[in-house]
Design a binder for this molecule. Structure first.
Ligand code: FAD
Length: 410
């Protein structure tokens, strides 16, 4: 996916790459793209780039962007793909992490224009690209879950083996027996399971939307997937960073040494909160678009479901408070001035995830499995208790954020 340009990252309205129509219906593409994942490599016979660009006379902003299929190799007379298209990798970025993935600067049209083919309708490129972007957002959320899971498994294995400090029997104890290490490992486990549950709920809603015969039900499922997607992406990747960092802490000094593997997870997960729309952009999407789905009905259904789960899991009392805090923050968001709502967007997304994640874990605990019950209780008592405080950051905190932001700007 070739979206990003030096001057156009989160704001694709600023995009400058351009395309001109050829007589045979194909196009000539010109421009530069940066940070393109696997923009160049030799793992496959061909690379098919999907590039966003503007046509002559296109409306300004995002309404004037079209999508073009632009292969590295074009077909020759015998049907083989041997003709090099007019595109090249001008450099590979040196990155903090994900060093197995080449991130490329791509240049199109240095020698007269790269041959490209329009995908979908003219000026509807962003909508076409979002078909993939929405899937990619859930996939990146799962990247956060996967790295968090790996960090948790590594940390637990180390904490059960590494001996320091006195144990109950008098000898050196496995560090997992120390309450502070147990707290870190439980936090890692609980956050990872909550994020995984949110991602799976999103995936289930997407699948059901496709299979549902009743159009009204299908539309409800689609809306639910739409509502949960920014949370699945942003929460899972935020906690991916938190969990990977805790993983380094559990390893102690070895966590900082490459050999143990904990530091690589921390470096690799950092990007997940940035690409496919930064987590700040996800929060904006949640607040400005998703809360408004069906006039707020999608959100109301979600709150009703969370409340019912929290009430049927009476043993996890903090969840009821978390859901109540989330509900009051949601009502605030619905009536807040747009800039105030934006100032509270990121803490609101976190609050949503804590209430949703906690109630999903409580549902899972109904199976009676002791490990699940212990994790759900830890989540409710230690993580979801942050919810009322977060609700305050959303309501009272939003106004002071705006004031502080203006002071910083000045
Ligand atoms: C390793 C890697 C791989 C990538 N792969 C691809 C790829 O394959 N294809 C591709 O097209 N791109 C790719 N990207 C680009 C990536 O999607 C962008 O870096 C990302 O969208 C952010 O854009 P930016 O870097 O210009 O940051 P900016 O948009 O400049 O954002 C800087 C900060 O400002 C915040 N911000 C910006 N606008 C707003 C706003 N309106 N309101 C509130 N906050 C705002 C952001 O949240 C962020 O914190 C990749 C990047 C990296 C590092």
């Amino acid at each position: 996916m070739n979206l990003t340009e030096p001057q156009a990252g989160s704001d694709l309205a600023l995009l400058r790459a351009r395309a001109e129509r050829n007589d045979d219906g194909s196009f000539r593409l010109f421009g530069q793209k940066i940070f393109i994942t696997y923009g160049e490599h030799d793992l496959s016979d061909n690379i098919v780039h999907l590039v966003l660009a503007r046509l002559p006379g296109a409306p300004p902003g995002t309404r004037g962007i079209s999508l073009f299929l632009t292969p590295k190799f074009l077909p020759d007379a015998s049907g083989g793909f041997t003709r090099r298209n007019d595109l090249r990798c001008a450099g590979i970025e040196h990155k903090l992490g994900v060093n197995g993935s080449p991130t490329c600067t791509m240049v199109y049209g240095d020698a007269g224009g790269a041959t490209a083919f329009l995908v979908g309708e003219e000026n509807k490129g962003l909508a076409c690209m979002f078909t993939m972007m929405n899937n990619a957002r859930l996939a990146v959320g799962l990247q956060g879950v996967a790295l968090a899971e790996r960090a948790t498994q590594q940390a637990l294995a180390y904490a059960r083996e590494r001996r320091q400090g006195r144990g109950e029997g008098g000898g050196a104890a496995p560090i997992v027996q120390h309450p502070d290490v147990a707290r870190m490992c439980l936090t890692m486990t609980a956050l990872t399971q909550a994020a995984r549950a949110i991602c799976y709920e999103t995936a289930v809603s997407l699948d059901r939307a496709k299979r549902e015969a009743d159009p009204a039900q299908a539309s409800r499922k689609r809306e639910r997937a739409g509502l949960l997607t920014p949370i699945a992406k942003a929460f899972s990747t935020d906690i991916g960073n938190e969990v990977a960092s805790l993983g380094v802490q559990v390893f102690g000094g070895m966590g900082f040494i490459e050999e143990a593997g904990a530091s690589q997870l921390l470096r690799d997960v950092r990007i997940a909160a940035i690409y496919e729309g930064t987590n700040g952009i996800q929060a904006i999407d949640l607040v400005t678009r998703k809360l408004k789905l069906s006039g707020g009905a999608a959100l109301t259904r979600e709150i009703d479901d969370m409340r019912a789960s929290a009430e049927s899991a009476a043993e996890f009392g903090a969840l009821r408070e978390a859901v109540a805090a989330f509900e009051s923050a949601s009502r605030f968001m619905e009536s807040a001035e747009p800039r105030v709502a934006l100032a509270g967007a990121t803490p609101y997304l976190r609050l949503f995830a804590l209430a949703r994640g906690g109630t999903l874990l409580a549902k899972g605990a109904a199976s009676g499995e002791p490990r699940r019950i212990a994790i759900a209780r830890f989540f409710a008592d230690n993580l979801a208790v942050a919810a009322p405080g977060l609700a305050k950051v959303v309501t009272a905190g939003a106004a002071s954020t705006l004031e502080g932001g203006a002071a910083l700007e000045a």
